[in-house]
Design a protein around this ligand. Structure first.
Ligand code: NAP
Ligand code: GDD
Length: 342
């Protein structure tokens, strides 16, 4: 029997990689999309257009509980992956109540919908919650693992702690097969352009081709454990294939600073980041997370999860992707770099 999966946040970075993975595994994949004045489906166009569209999209929103119940009743998924969120940490300081409603209470609405439908049909629905290393915030130990206490430092981090604990609570209270992946930062050429890695690769490649001069950043000393999103969605799927639901840290177990990311990106393009990067205090956060370093031993041992992409390969992949975008832009603007590359 073909398995059915529902992905919330399917239009986002992780949603697009997870949809590809599940389709390759033979799932019928359904995705929740928000209504917007633009299409917003750039990352998944290859899955929804063409001769054999393999991804089925449904309008919905984590703020609309009744809609979620109706959708789950209609699809009757075997697996639900909750990737939808207001996911930007800096923005969560500007929109704290909205972030709480979507990222925290939205998770509760989805769990309630699953519980209702599962009770009615008697068919198990497995649940994945996109928890975050941002929950560790002002870290109380390093590296961080599943047992490390949370100390969130942003409205987003606080909302994710709620989403995490309500998922654990529904597992313990109602026996739901509900797992949380505590994922450390993961990036790709599909990463949103306002997250720091993509902001750097996008700007550096545009600077290289003469499309801009400077890159304005905030705290260059923040340190993160960066992996490739394509590797991390495999871990999500593995969690839902286990007999018992559980929580897992997913990380590379390696630490780099924002400055390191700048240095590596610009040097690949034959430039020195110090000639182009300037600090703009607007990008500082009211409370910063200085260091996140994961220990993913549990996932590697119990799930057999192994990331395939190194930090250097990740930077290369993102630089290549953005160089191509910058070349296209140069062609449109009639710049010499565009003509040479065209
Ligand atoms: P992303 O690119 O920002 O995607 C977020 C997705 O959520 C988008 O599809 C967005 O739709 C959707 N969304 C936002 N508000 C919604 C609402 N009210 N109702 C329904 N959908 C809504 O994020 P990502 O990097 O793929 O991350 C996926 C999940 O993992 C998020 O929950 C994030 O918080 C979490 N996470 C990410 C990382 C990371 O490093 N990437 C690490 C740990 C945890 P639109 O396209 O319409 O905006
Ligand atoms: N976005 C951004 N823009 N960050 C900057 C900038 C800038 O101009 N300059 C410095 N930074 C620093 C931030 O202060 C932060 O310490 C670090 O770069 C990483 O910022 P982001 O790339 O925005 O990621 P994040 O760590 O805050 O959050 C991401 O990872 C979380 C997992 O720990 C998001 O994907 C979250 O959704 C995710 O949960």
């Amino acid at each position: 029997m073909q398995k059915r999966a529902l992905i919330t946040g399917v239009t986002g970075q992780d949603g697009s990689y997870l949809a590809e993975l599940l389709i390759a595994k033979g799932y019928a994949v359904h995705g929740l999309r928000r209504r917007s004045s633009t299409f917003g489906t750039q990352r998944i166009e290859h899955l929804i257009f063409g001769e054999s569209p393999s991804l089925h999209l449904h309008y919905g929103d984590l703020s609309d509980g009744n809609g979620l119940v109706r959708l789950i009743r209609e699809i009757r998924p075997h697996e639900v992956y909750n990737l939808a969120a207001q996911s930007h940490v800096r923005v969560s300081f500007d929109q704290p109540a909205y972030t709480a409603d979507v990222t925290a209470v939205g998770t509760l609405r989805l769990l309630e919908a699953i519980r209702d439908v599962q009770d009615d049909t008697g068919e198990q629905i497995r649940f994945y919650q996109a928890s975050s290393s941002e929950m560790f915030g002002k870290v109380v130990e390093t590296p961080q693992k599943e047992t490390t206490p949370f100390y969130p430092r942003s409205p987003y981090g606080v909302a994710k702690v709620y989403g995490h604990w309500i998922t654990v609570n529904y597992r313990e209270s109602y026996g739901l097969h509900a797992s949380c992946g505590i994922l450390f930062n993961h990036e790709s050429p599909r990463r949103g352009e306002t997250f720091v890695t993509r902001k750097i690769t996008r700007a550096a490649t545009r600077i290289k081709l003469g499309l801009q001069d400077k890159l304005f950043l905030g705290n260059l000393d923040a340190q993160r454990d960066w992996g490739f999103a394509g590797d991390y969605v495999e871990a999500m799927w593995l969690m839902l294939q286990q007999d018992e639901a559980d929580d897992y840290v997913i990380a590379m177990n390696e630490l780099y600073s924002v400055r390191d990311f700048c240095e590596q990106t610009f040097s690949r393009l034959g430039m020195d980041y110090r000639d182009h990067v300037e600090i703009d205090p607007r990008y500082y956060r009211p409370a910063e997370v200085d260091l996140l370093l994961g220990d993913s031993t549990k996932a590697r041992t119990r799930l057999g999860w192994t990331p395939q992409t190194s930090f250097a390969e990740l930077v290369d992949m993102m630089v290549e992707g953005d160089l191509e975008l910058a070349r296209q832009e140069a062609v449109i603007k009639g710049l010499p770099a565009g003509r040479k590359a065209a």
